[in-house]
Design a protein around this ligand. Structure first.
Ligand SMILES: C[S@@+](CC[C@H](N)C(=O)[O-])C[C@H]1O[C@@H](n2cnc3c(N)ncnc32)[C@H](O)[C@@H]1O
Length: 428
């Protein structure tokens, strides 16, 4: 597997596997300053698959350097490096990371979405958090929803689902594995996804998981890739181009690669990821799952530029998460954060949607249940990105209808028994 490094307008870095370790060391000086807002949810699927002491590191947000695993310590900038960088760049590694995040949001193209005007709440509600935030759900989804969601938070936050990587294991083999290891499971509305009910050992340490034969991934998170029309892709009878705009840790990238493989479709897949440290994890996951044809670009999806057009674009955008995915969610979030995330999401779609081919499909998803990041954004996308919102042809077995006539699937945890999630689909 090779993947390329070049500097190009708009794209911060393209990686080449040959120069990867060198580059990693140079660039990962920022990796200890985690933005981490989305950390809990964003990497949950992957963390389930890695039983190492990374958890310990995550909990203190990287502040306690001594708690970091040795392999991460080596990326910590030395005092000398920090000093040199401070002189050269006029700011420290910590500031650099903060500014990079800000820049990816601030440096938008001329069509930068409005910062506040289309938020459904006025300024007096922007600081809503905790119970105020919870009570909004009654208003959005009907009386009683907030208490049902609270129950769901208790009942479903530890639910575990796996996705069988069909490129490495077939459905008969997983049944044999379950039987041999006395794993109690439930089928789901997706053929290769199973809910794990009871096990007598930690499945994430099984050789099958460690070698990428199956992957822990919430059922809802498995839906976006299943919204792609693979039959239509196959009928194109040519190499199809796929873009994953916010890729790490790669649950959907690897799922997409698996299903392209399964449907015997020739492809070129490009994955974009902003955070360099998460690029490494993305590469590890893709390789662990057995795929070697992919290109990774380490840049912001708001800045990405290309002359290519893509037949499939997956945008599983950074979002504010949800209360089932993160038990502390209500204490950490407020409406202002949610609106800021919604604006970042708009910027990402605005830029990336330019590269959708005429016959292509764009799948937009979040693990948020906030209407600002979901239905409101869908409406904004229809009005501002020259795209049509279309129905998703997938039977999920519960009422997944969206607000305000938007077409898509809304996973409210008390109905779906999964984490909160939202998926919508667009065509030209
Ligand atoms: C919700 S997670 C994606 C999860 C991934 N699709 C999966 O299924 O494993 C969002 C990802 O987008 C990345 N990200 C955040 N801002 C970005 C930006 N401006 N451009 C590209 N990626 C970004 C985050 O670092 C994070 O890895």
């Amino acid at each position: 597997m090779t993947y390329h490094k070049s500097k190009s307008t708009g794209n911060k870095n393209r990686f080449n596997s040959n120069s990867k370790s060198n580059k990693s060391n140079q660039n990962s000086r920022f990796s200890n300053n985690r933005t981490s807002e989305n950390r809990d949810r964003n990497t949950r699927d992957e963390d389930n698959n890695n039983n190492d002491n990374r958890h310990k590191f995550n909990r203190d947000n990287g502040k306690n350097f001594n708690s970091m695993p040795d392999r991460l310590k080596k990326n910590k900038p030395t005092a000398e490096e920090n000093k040199q960088f401070a002189i050269k760049g006029n700011y420290t590694a910590k500031n650099k990371k903060r500014d990079l995040d800000k820049k990816s949001f601030d440096k938008q193209d001329e069509n930068r979405p409005p910062q506040r005007s289309n938020n459904r709440f006025n300024d007096s509600t922007r600081n809503f958090s905790g119970n105020d935030l919870l009570n909004r759900y009654d208003k959005f989804f009907g009386n009683g929803t907030s208490s049902k969601l609270k129950d769901a938070m208790r009942q479903y936050s530890n639910n575990q689902f796996i996705r069988v990587n069909l490129s490495k294991m077939n459905l008969d083999e997983i049944q044999v594995f379950f039987k041999k290891n006395r794993v109690k499971f439930e089928n789901t509305f997706l053929k290769n996804a199973f809910k794990i009910e009871k096990t007598f050992f930690n499945l994430s340490s099984s050789i099958q998981c460690l070698t990428g034969q199956f992957y822990f991934q919430d059922l809802a998170s498995q839906v976006p890739v299943n919204c792609v029309d693979f039959e239509k892709l196959k009928s194109l009878n040519r190499v199809v181009k796929v873009l994953d705009g916010c890729a790490s840790p790669g649950s959907k990238t690897t799922q997409m690669l698996d299903l392209l493989n399964f449907h015997k479709i020739e492809y070129e897949l490009t994955a974009i990821e902003l955070e360099e440290k998460r690029v490494n994890r993305l590469v590890n996951n893709i390789q662990k799952m057995g795929f070697d044809r992919f290109k990774i670009i380490n840049c912001s999806a708001t800045d990405f530029k290309t002359s290519d057009k893509y037949d499939v674009i997956i945008l599983d955008v950074p979002c504010s998460g949800n209360l089932v995915g993160d038990k502390n969610w209500l204490n950490k979030r407020n409406v202002s954060d949610i609106c800021d995330k919604a604006n970042l999401q708009k910027s990402i779609v605005k830029n990336i949607s330019k590269y959708l081919s005429d016959e292509g499909e764009l799948i937009y998803s979040t693990c948020s249940i906030e209407p600002e990041e979901n239905e409101d954004n869908v409406k904004w996308i229809i009005d501002n990105c020259d795209l049509k919102n279309v129905k998703i042809d997938l039977e999920v077995g519960f009422d997944a209808s969206c607000l305000n006539g938007v077409l898509g699937l809304r996973f409210l945890p008390h109905k779906s028994r999964t984490q909160g999630f939202f998926v919508s689909k667009f065509v030209r």
